[in-house]
Design a protein around this ligand. Structure first.
Ligand SMILES: [Zn+2]
Length: 352
């Protein structure tokens, strides 16, 4: 394994950011290559510890000559967001200078050629510099995994609809609970920027059936445990074996994926009608019937009529809920995956 360090010049003199890149070299020229990054939203740690648990498996494979395809791993992809602190709270989602989500506004390349990306000599803000650098590291790999987490949630994947059901083996190998399929534009999120150049190529050249691109949501922000890290590392490792990046005869081929699969327009975001304290009736992984109570908002404590109840608009599956228990009016309370399209579906990636 080789380690190198990338440097991103900051927006003020005297400031620079660093992040590590770990590389393993494959022995088979025809094997697919893989790129894995975590914590693009600077404080999302489940993927970081999953990579920490994965690397010993890969180093063992390397020692035994079983790495077939090249691997590039960025355990902490966003040193800018990871160091933005405000009153002991990490501000890892939005850049405090540009106010742009770190997982939006990636450059959309017209072909898979990193020479099209702006270099360090171009004047731009540090967050844009970081995004160009991450694409420079990732474009060209057949497998691209971007490890995130939700507020409180099950383990689930966002998968471009062009890559489904070809990626069903990956979902099964990773042992996730659900897959959300998205299409069209997503605000130039990292996964959209990873797919976009291939969609510009003729279908035959793009070889979409062999590509893996996913935003991986490893449960909630606080689900940072040794046990889940090992579980997730096993899942990524099985994917790498299933797709031929790593050889390991002890790993069985994945069984058919048995989790929830739904298009993104089936997701009901359930905004709170008022502010107050949230009393949840449901947790991630629950199945609910239309009309079931999802939560009660304590709007006017101690007063008659001071509680407001929220009900499921259709049968579905609870993908996520909030980690905080105070809500403002209009804030989303849960992501419910309905059995049919939501009447108020939103387009693009949902808070990924
Ligand atoms: Zn995220």
């Amino acid at each position: 394994m080789e380690k190198s360090v990338e440097t991103i010049r900051g927006d003020r003199d005297g400031i620079a950011y660093e992040f590590a890149v770990l590389r393993l070299k494959g022995s088979a020229a025809d094997a697919p290559s893989a790129y894995i990054q975590a914590a693009l939203h600077g404080d999302e740690l489940p993927g970081v510890v999953a990579i920490d648990a994965l690397m010993p498996r890969l180093r063992k494979a390397e020692k035994e000559g079983r790495i077939r395809g090249n691997l590039t791993v960025v355990p902490r992809a966003n040193p800018i967001g990871g160091t933005q602190q405000l009153f002991h709270s990490t501000q890892g989602r939005f850049d405090l200078g540009t106010r742009v989500n770190y997982n939006r506004d990636f450059p959309l390349l017209d072909r898979p050629d990193v020479s099209l990306l702006p270099g360090d000599e171009v004047a731009m803000t540090a967050d844009r510099r970081l995004k160009a650098r991450l694409l420079k590291l990732s474009v060209g790999h057949e497998i691209v995994l971007d490890l995130h987490c939700d507020d409180e949630g099950v383990a689930y994947l966002y998968v471009p609809e062009e890559l489904w059901p070809a990626m069903a083996d990956c979902a099964a190998a990773m042992g996730v609970d659900a897959v959300i399929l998205w299409g069209g534009q997503s605000g130039a999120s990292f996964d959209e920027a990873s797919l976009h150049p291939w969609l510009k190529l003729p279908r035959k050249e793009a070889r979409l059936e062999s590509r893996v691109i996913s935003t991986v949501e490893y449960r909630g922000t606080s689900d940072v445990y040794a046990g889940t890290a090992e579980h997730d590392a096993d899942g990524i490792y099985r994917l790498l074996v299933a797709r031929g990046v790593v050889a390991d005869q002890s790993v069985e081929a994945p069984k058919p994926f048995a989790g929830v699969v739904a298009p993104i327009d089936h997701i009901e975001m359930m905004p709170a009608p008022c502010s107050g304290a949230i009393l949840y009736d449901v947790k991630p992984g629950d199945r609910v019937k239309a009309g079931a109570r999802l939560a009660t908002i304590v709007r006017a404590p101690g007063e008659d009529g001071g509680r407001v109840e929220i009900f499921a608009p259709q049968d579905g599956y609870i993908l996520t809920r909030r980690s905080h228990r105070f809500t403002g009016a209009g804030d989303d309370l849960v992501k419910l995956v309905g059995i049919g399209p939501s009447k108020r579906a939103r387009s693009g990636a949902l808070e990924a």
